[in-house]
Ligand binder design. Structure first.
Ligand SMILES: Nc1ncnc2c1ncn2[C@@H]1O[C@H](COP(=O)(O)OP(=O)(O)O)[C@@H](O)[C@H]1O
Ligand SMILES: [Mg+2]
Length: 445
């Protein structure tokens, strides 16, 4: 009879950080040529792999790592192809658990969508009815845009346009499905040699569609309970600083998918700097701030007596696009944000063109319309697909939009480790991640 795994045995974050958990494994005999982490994964996938893992994948080498997972190249011996395996170690922390949950749930629901990385398989090595990590098998892309921007000798304008177009196609799909990525940056955009991008890393993504209501629809005439301490809107602790739009830097909780469009503009500017320019002559990220002062929610990470940090993220943005107009200020959702912006002295904007001289007329138009202070003033991803800038590289047949808005059943769950872990087991079961035979075909596509 099939044995269902128990709840995951979560690894306390502190213990993992000091490395004690993995000490015993480090003493095992290593295969020649494999580094420690590669060896660890190889052992999980190897012939003596515990229940639930398969030996179908042979680890080749580590190809990437982020704040949260380590990614390996592996040979899929059944399909005779290379794949990427993202190894995520679970931690006893609701934020981390929610990341894993979002990644697993969204990747499995977005399978087959244009310009989104495809999940091929998910495996969970179960020992004694428990699991402490998740292995997500993905299509193996050649590289990512961060590596391109820092190492590739020089891109042509047409390559940059194609990269912009295919990334935008993915964002347009996500937005049509009601999903905001919330962490678009070069390292999360994978790429094939023909400049086809696959958007990856859905740990911070959010499905904004509401799950079917469990309670009857609210009657607008009925008064609504609104506890004082409860704040509407979404968390503002998303997006890597250099790609974070003004509304997040100003802690505006009612934000929209336009945060991804801002990041698209930043990525495009970074790519344009690569046009026929050697890596050492590039400036890198467009807004490379050292600090992002947080306003709202009681977070002030810079002392009040020093009102502006050196190379403050927002300050750098204002240097380039200017301080917001009165009309733009009026759109901010709270006085605290308005006061914060008014603390920045007016200045004449240096302009985007000065920072990205490689941009031609159409590229500049895209930059100006994606890097707007006010989210509603930014073009949408779908409008960008129609823009003259990408007309020459557009492939209409390859574009698609979602049939329906995605909803995730756990989005409104509070940060309760037990509940989130339950949802994770449910998602993994749904994918069929448990109980694979070691040579099984699994869910491979
Ligand atoms: N499918 C893949 N093919 C090739 N490289 C990948 C793939 N997935 C991830 N990578 C590499 O691994 C890095 C980290 O992956 P990511 O999913 O962003 O992890 P994290 O959630 O820790 O940021 C990426 O920046 C990229 O370099
Ligand atoms: Mg990442």
């Amino acid at each position: 009879m099939r044995r269902w795994p128990k709840m995951p045995a979560l690894r306390p974050a502190a213990r993992r950080r000091c490395g004690t958990t993995w000490a015993a494994r480090g003493q095992r005999r290593r295969s020649p040529g494999l580094q420690k982490e590669e060896q660890e994964l190889a052992e999980e996938l190897g012939p003596e792999a515990p229940e639930g893992s398969g030996s179908r994948y042979r680890v080749v080498r580590q190809i990437g790592s982020g704040a949260y997972g380590t990614v390996f190249e592996a040979q899929d011996t059944l399909e005779d192809r290379l794949v990427a395996i993202k190894r995520v170690k679970l931690e006893n922390d609701p934020v981390h658990l929610r990341r894993t949950l979002r990644e697993v749930a969204l990747l499995s629901r977005l399978r087959g969508a244009a310009s989104i990385v495809s999940v091929l398989d998910i495996m969970v090595p179960v020992r004694d009815g428990r699991f402490t990590e998740v292995h997500v098998v993905l299509e193996r892309c050649r590289t990512d845009l961060r590596k391109i921007c820092s190492t590739v000798a020089g891109l042509t304008m047409s390559q940059v346009r194609r990269i912009l177009y295919t990334t935008t196609r993915g964002v347009a799909y996500l937005h049509s499905a009601g999903v905001w990525h919330r962490d678009l940056k070069p390292a999360n955009c994978l790429m094939y040699p023909d400049c086809e991008v696959r958007i990856a890393d859905f740990g911070l993504a959010r499905a904004v569609g509401r799950p079917p209501a469990r309670l009857p629809d609210p009657d607008p005439a009925r008064p609504r309970a609104c506890p004082a301490e409860q704040t509407a809107g979404f968390t503002v602790h998303v997006c890597t600083r250099w790609y974070r739009p003004p509304e997040l830097l100003l802690a505006q909780r009612e934000y929209s998918g336009a945060i991804d469009v801002w990041a698209l503009g930043c990525i495009f500017a970074e790519l344009l700097q690569c046009v026929e320019t050697p890596p050492e002559a590039r400036q890198g990220p467009l807004f490379r701030g050292d600090y992002a002062r947080r306003v709202g929610g009681g977070h002030l990470v810079w002392p009040p007596e020093a009102p502006r940090a050196p190379r403050d993220q927002l300050d750098m943005i204002f240097n380039m696009i200017g301080v917001p107009s009165v009309a733009e200020l009026a759109e901010l959702q709270n006085q605290e944000a308005v006061d914060h912006v008014l603390g920045f002295p007016p200045r004449s904007a240096s302009g985007i063109q000065a920072a990205v001289p490689q941009a031609d007329e159409w590229a500049l138009d895209v930059l100006r319309r994606t890097l707007r202070f006010s989210p509603p003033d930014r073009m949408t991803a779908r409008e960008l697909l129609e823009h003259r800038c990408v007309a020459g590289v557009r492939d209409r047949q390859g574009e698609s939009l979602a049939d329906e808005v995605l909803t995730l059943p756990f989005e409104d769950e509070p940060d309760d480790i037990g509940r989130l872990a339950e949802y994770l087991v449910h998602e993994l079961e749904h994918f069929g991640a448990f109980g694979r035979s070691s040579k099984g075909k699994g869910n491979g596509v």
